[in-house]
Design a binder for this molecule. Structure first.
Ligand code: UD1
Length: 427
């Protein structure tokens, strides 16, 4: 297992371009199954989750070629609608294949994604949405089969604005007969990106980015070239890292409009932020101030995917902060690791009470999930001394070579991989 070793205490400084958004690329890769002809996607980040999605698409018979950050997909040869259990279990996002495969093959076989480190992660809203469009469900153990001779547009109301369910229902409805109106839809920018991609291929969807999405079914989608939006969570991670290390960082290919809640919080903490077209400048010279109360909620509120990273900055702020997590029940695993580094955080159910300390100290810690891992990297960069982060594969799911990202900003961070050491030993 790879480790990251960080010599902390150095303010980040420099300019960096933001990678394409994982959470936009994954559903868009799945949606490519709906297209006739060739789809070419640019700005696709090179990540473990993307690799797993491409492996699944290939196992289904699709021709998927990755050349740097461009992926070319020809789904003409796709034969199977049976998502392999081993790959399904590796990544919850394989659930995105349900809508497109059902629309294309009239049936789909998947496995319930198991619980994961951050919480239970049910799929009932996905299944209810597909049922409303006419699908019949059969569940046997962990296996779910969905069949529909015809998918017919209808009104679908989500009890909760689930990102994945919104996307799955959009993808199933795009080739359905008639009109689907999805209410209480999630409003995340990645949903707008999916709508733009589908519309570019000939779909007729309006409303993504609001809580009502209307999908007029069409007969066919034709593959096109499309560029994935920048990753707002990676951008947010870097902004928080700049603040926590009291540095000065410029992000390019960054969309400030996708980060308004974070920008508002950082400004309240005294961090200086300037934005212009595609650029975000973050400067923090003094000790940031505590922020009284932050609550994670669906977009456009503060995202759960930045909660653990922001907690690192708060743990170094002047004063007390409170962070309430409302999306996932198991998302405070980083707290125990941060405590090893000197943070003073008390957790009561879904609320963390953070008393700022003047310094964090390097320690050996474990990345328990993707965003908790990113938080530990920030903590290591801000801490005095050496931090060793284990279980780095979690971080590789969402950050395109995190050690390169931060070393370009002047950080002293290196990856140690047992394989490369072995290669070295073998000459
Ligand atoms: C997506 C993001 C993830 C982010 C999350 C919340 C991708 C690939 N992942 O995940 O990074 O943390 O949004 O912003 O885009 N729920 C149900 N039933 C369902 C579906 C969801 O109860 O059928 C619950 C979940 O358990 C969770 C909440 O709804 O508590 C939010 O989940 P959802 O918005 O669906 O997140 P994902 O799409 O899985």
């Amino acid at each position: 297992m790879d480790k990251l070793v960080i010599e902390g205490g150095k303010p980040l400084s420099g300019t960096i371009r933001i990678q394409g958004a994982k959470n936009a690329a994954l559903p868009i890769l799945a949606a490519s199954i709906l297209a006739d002809g060739v789809v070419q996607l640019d700005n696709v980040p090179q990540l473990l989750d993307i690799e797993v999605m491409l492996q699944i698409l290939r196992r289904l018979g699709c021709n998927a070629v990755q050349d740097g950050r461009t992926v070319t997909l020809d789904t003409t040869g796709t034969r199977s609608a049976h998502v392999p259990e081993d790959l399904m279990r590796q990544m919850r996002s394989s659930i995105f294949l349900m809508g497109p495969l059902l629309a294309r093959f009239k049936e789909v076989h998947i496995y319930q994604p198991g619980g994961c480190a951050i919480g239970e992660r049910k799929i009932d809203l996905h299944l209810r949405g597909l049922q409303a469009l006419g699908a019949e469900l059969e569940q046997c153990g962990g296996r779910v089969t969905c069949r529909a001779e015809r998918l017919v547009g209808t009104d679908v109301h989500l009890d909760f604005p689930s990102v994945g369910a919104t996307e799955n229902i959009m993808m199933a409805a795009v080739l359905a007969e008639g009109t689907t109106v999805l209410t209480n839809a999630a409003r995340e920018p990645e949903i707008v990106d999916l709508q733009n991609f589908l519309n570019q291929m000939g779909a007729n969807i309006i409303g993504a980015g609001t809580d009502t999405i209307t999908i007029e079914g069409v007969n066919q989608l034709i593959g096109k070239r499309y560029e994935i939006i920048p990753d707002r969570i990676v951008a947010g991670t870097l902004m928080i890292a700049a603040a926590a290390t009291r540095g000065a960082v410029t992000l390019t290919n960054a969309h400030a409009g996708h980060l308004t809640s974070l920008i508002h919080i950082l400004r309240r903490a005294g961090v200086q932020i300037a934005t212009s077209d595609g650029i975000i400048n973050v400067t923090c010279f003094g000790r940031p101030r505590a922020v009284e109360r932050i609550v994670t909620s669906p977009y456009p509120a503060f995202p759960t995917d930045l909660q653990s990273q922001l907690m690192v900055m708060l743990s170094l702020c002047d004063g007390f902060s409170v962070m309430k997590e409302t999306i996932f029940e198991g998302r405070f695993k980083h707290v125990e690791e941060l405590a090893r580094m000197g943070a003073d955080i008390r957790v009561d159910l879904s609320t963390a009470f953070i008393k700022g300390v003047t310094r964090l100290y390097g320690a050996t810690v474990e990345a328990t999930d993707l965003r908790a891992g990113a938080a530990l990297v920030i903590a290591g960069l801000a801490a005095q001394g050496r931090t060793v982060i284990e279980q780095v594969h979690h971080i590789d799911r969402g950050y395109d070579q995190i050690e390169h990202i931060f070393s370009r900003l002047g950080a002293r961070i290196e990856r140690y991989s047992p394989v490369s050491r072995l290669d070295f030993a073998n000459g």
